[in-house]
Ligand binder design. Structure first.
Ligand SMILES: CC(C)(COP(=O)(O)OP(=O)(O)OC[C@H]1O[C@@H](n2cnc3c(N)ncnc32)[C@H](O)[C@@H]1OP(=O)(O)O)[C@@H](O)C(=O)NCCC(=O)NCCS
Length: 218
């Protein structure tokens, strides 16, 4: 099925079709400025077309540490502040085209692209009630990072959202300082502990050797 689709980035002329796909896929209404912004060429985008009809889309951003929103900043360790991270704004597939592998294809191409651009992680936000999407991301190695009770407002009602993340290129989350220290020097700490333990209680082999030496000398 995927072989028969045409893939390309979004342009302003795609806004009417993008609106239809987004309204079919998401309970959130995006303002006009959002559509202008995501089709401006600033973002990474990949849209699938079946005979000129948009049937799937993914929009992502390659951003700097400084551009991460305050509530998400712990997604990557502080000492990576000169590195890049990826953020998925939108992934949607038209209902008639779901469960055919299109969502997986769009996601994996985007992850490859962001990994090639040296991003250390890729994260996204999802409605907590969207169990299907959460299972989809978890099955593709995304893990929950945090929950936000009032992240979305749908028809005037606040709804809980979660952030999900996948790490790449050696990236990892921000930990309390002591855990980071332990992580960094784990090999050194392991060797020190091993030496201390060997000194305090010499192992059985050396005890046996000592015993044999005593016997030999008798
Ligand atoms: C989440 C979403 C993008 C998934 O898209 P999709 O095209 O259905 O995704 P896929 O077809 O790749 O995978 C969906 C399931 O179909 C299965 N599948 C994939 N290819 C298949 C095939 N050829 N035949 C049968 N099943 C298949 C997959 O195994 C997958 O199940 P899994 O997660 O247990 O592995 C889509 O459901 C959607 O647009 N939902 C609404 C919008 C949304 O919630 N977006 C995410 C929040 S940003």
């Amino acid at each position: 099925m995927i072989d028969s689709l045409v893939f390309r980035q979004l342009y302003p002329k795609d806004i009417p079709q993008l609106r239809i796909l987004c309204s079919e896929s998401f309970p959130i209404e995006y303002p006009d400025s959002w559509y202008d912004f995501v089709t401006s060429g600033y973002f990474y985008s990949n849209a699938a077309f079946d005979q000129n009809q948009m049937v799937g889309v993914i929009i992502a951003e390659n951003k700097s540490y400084k551009q991460i929103q305050a509530e998400d900043v712990s997604i990557i360790a502080r000492h990576f502040k000169y590195n890049r991270v990826g953020y998925i704004l939108t992934l949607g597939v038209a209902k008639a085209y779901r469960s055919l592998g299109l969502g997986s294809y769009l996601l994996s191409r985007t992850l490859e692209n962001l990994e090639d651009q040296n991003c250390l992680c890729v994260y996204l936000h999802v409605l907590k009630a969207n169990k299907k999407a959460i299972a989809f991301y978890e099955n593709r190695n995304f893990r929950q990072h945090a929950s936000f009770p009032y992240y979305y407002t749908i028809k005037g009602i606040p709804c809980e959202g979660s952030s999900y993340v996948i790490y790449m290129n050696g990236g990892y989350r921000d930990y309390p300082f002591i855990i980071l220290l332990l992580k960094r020097f784990s090999l050194f700490i392991f060797i020190c502990v091993q030496k201390i333990v060997t000194n305090i209680c010499p192992n059985q082999r050396s005890r046996r050797r000592l015993k044999r030496f005593n016997c030999d000398s008798v």
